[in-house]
Design a protein around this ligand. Structure first.
Ligand code: CO
Length: 466
């Protein structure tokens, strides 16, 4: 069914104090804590429109769970970008694909001073020690209160101008590990680690001439893998190009994809292996297997997906998106090229796993969203990587978001738990929180929100106690 998803790209300004949601079915009583999500909710400032899905102003959403009762509240993230948009009706800070209107003189002037950031952290939420952080790809995470959603200020900056909203908890230490691109006369990828709220410690520096746009990376028990897609930029070109940030990147498939493997404990480079050209926003998981690393990603043939996510294209009636396919790559630790393992074609984006137990380790199940016919994603899919099968949940007029796995207590079974997904229901014009049994994707319950929630990106379930 084409169309109908456009409501998910319409602004929603309403901020609700905590309300109890009407529930159909039953949310399990062991769900206790909160699902915290973030995503863009406002796509214009005054009469000025943001251009890309990744540019919209961040809103936090909190679904609280206690004894089967579901509550909901939402707040805009109180960032400089949000305040400027609200108070001046103008776009003041550069976003992923939207620049403020600036004279050429101002543009040249700002090329020679450190950039200022709007901190519109609309991509993901993580916990670091006692801090709850909203993240985007600029280097300042934003702290917020997980109960009230009050914005609390900025946290320790990443060591570079561009980072990722998908840090990992190292499987061994639990430290938060991430990387940042430090642009300069000698641009480097800086891999860093951080224990609860502490200053980032750079553990490896990789010089790079043409840095790639990498939205996430992979981690195993011993290694970190940067899959350097051939979607690259000449750093000196960025400030003077007159183009928004992402429009400076170019697809150079002849470079292939370079997989840099770094030892997490020493920061030394174990090797760099060459693989086929592809692009991905999201890694699914990775793990060591004998003398190789297995790396799973939601892969595209090229970086065309970045352009497909401009709002004018997404809002068109028959929006079609390049489909990410679940792909498995084998990285040989003893040298040689990376090979792709043939897998059945399973369309999967916004992937999730049983992160708490399987991150960086052998696993069997991945969950995500997809579409069967290349239209806008309209189903939740579970992939079984052992036997190559998949199963889906869908419903006419329903557009689900990232399905977050919350594991059931007292069991080691990998898929025992629920999937929590915010679903846009175009038949009613509102959204609901859906809970599926992760074993067979049968519906357990749904809790309806009184308004629509624009399509967001990521979030996490944080069980009590905090
Ligand atoms: Co992401």
């Amino acid at each position: 069914m084409a169309g109908g998803h456009q409501l998910g790209f319409r602004s929603m300004d309403r901020e609700l104090p905590p309300v109890q949601l009407p529930v159909e079915g039953k949310f399990p009583s062991w769900l206790a804590g909160a699902l915290l999500r973030i995503g863009p909710a406002k796509f214009e400032a005054g009469s000025h429109e943001y251009r890309h899905w990744f540019d919209g102003l961040a809103m936090l959403h909190r679904f609280g769970f206690a004894d089967g009762v579901v509550t909901y509240t939402n707040r805009f993230l109180d960032s400089p970008a949000y305040r400027a948009a609200r108070d001046t009706g103008k776009i003041t800070y550069s976003e992923f694909a939207t620049d403020p209107c600036r004279s050429l003189f101002k543009r040249v002037a700002t090329a020679f001073v450190p950039p200022t950031f709007g901190n519109n952290a609309n991509v993901n939420i993580v916990r670091s020690g006692d801090e709850f952080l909203a993240l985007t790809e600029t280097p300042l995470p934003v702290k917020f209160a997980p109960q009230t959603l009050d914005t609390l200020g900025v946290a320790q900056p990443a060591p570079g101008q561009l980072t990722v909203a998908h840090p990992h908890h190292a499987p061994g230490s639990g430290d938060l590990v991430s990387y940042a691109t430090h642009f300069g006369p000698r641009t480097t990828y800086q891999v860093y680690a951080q224990d609860g709220g502490g200053r980032p410690r750079v553990i490896a520096r990789l010089p790079v001439r043409l840095p790639a746009y990498m939205h996430s990376f992979a981690i195993t028990e011993r290694y970190l893998v940067l899959a350097e897609f051939p979607f690259v930029v000449l750093p000196v070109a960025i400030p003077l190009s007159g183009r928004p940030f992402i429009a400076n990147y170019r697809w150079r498939p002849r470079r292939g994809t370079r997989f840099h493997v770094l030892d997490l404990s020493t920061g030394s480079r174990r090797g760099t292996c060459q693989g086929e050209p592809f692009f991905a926003f999201h890694h699914v998981n990775a793990y060591e297997h004998g003398n190789e690393i297995i790396l799973d990603a939601c892969a595209y043939d090229d970086a065309g997906i970045v352009d497909a996510l401009y709002l004018d294209r997404l809002r068109s009636e028959d929006a079609r998106l390049p489909q990410a396919q679940l792909r498995r790559y084998r990285i040989p630790l003893g040298g040689g090229d990376v090979t792709r393992e043939p897998l059945p074609g399973i369309a999967l984006e916004l992937p999730r796993i049983d992160y708490g137990r399987r991150n960086g380790r052998h696993y069997r199940y991945a969950y995500g969203i997809g579409s069967q016919d290349g239209g806008f994603p309209d189903r939740i899919t579970k992939a079984d990587l052992e036997d190559g099968t998949s199963a889906s949940w869908s419903e006419p007029g329903a557009y689900p978001g990232e399905p977050i796995f919350a594991r059931a207590p007292d069991t080691e079974q990998e898929d025992a738990g629920v999937l929590l997904s915010v679903v846009l229901d175009r038949t009613v014009g509102t959204s609901f929180l859906l809970a599926l049994d992760a074993t067979d994707l049968s519906e357990i319950g749904r809790a309806r929100v009184p308004h629509h929630i624009p399509f967001g990106f990521h979030g996490n379930y944080f069980p009590q106690p905090w």
